[in-house]
Design a protein around this ligand. Sequence first.
Ligand code: ZN
Ligand code: ZN
Length: 119
Amino acid sequence: MCSVNNYEYYRSHNICVRCGQEDAENNHTMCLECMMKSREESLKYHRKHRKERQEKDRIRAKKRYYKLKNEKICTCCGKRPSRNGKVLCNQCAARINYRKRKAYLLNVYATKNMCEIRV
Ligand SMILES: [Zn+2]
Ligand SMILES: [Zn+2]
């Protein structure tokens, strides 16, 4: 039996095209249960592919890091030469230090009261 013909047959008779058992929901080609199942499956599919994509991105970032490191170029901006023995250029190092310092200070302010900071 050809599945495409089945599909057309079920659709025209308002039968779920997925299980071929239940009545299809109004304005849909599937019954409620199959609609939920197929939604779940497509969610699973997307989740799986997102993971794969993230993994690919991670590998690419790693490759980029080592390539730039080897060429003694800043691994952050990928433009300016890195400082001696470091993986960052002066500007990126300064920017990251500034950000770290800010985060550190925020943390200090959040965890200690003003008196302790002054001491
Ligand atoms: Zn069904
Ligand atoms: Zn840089």
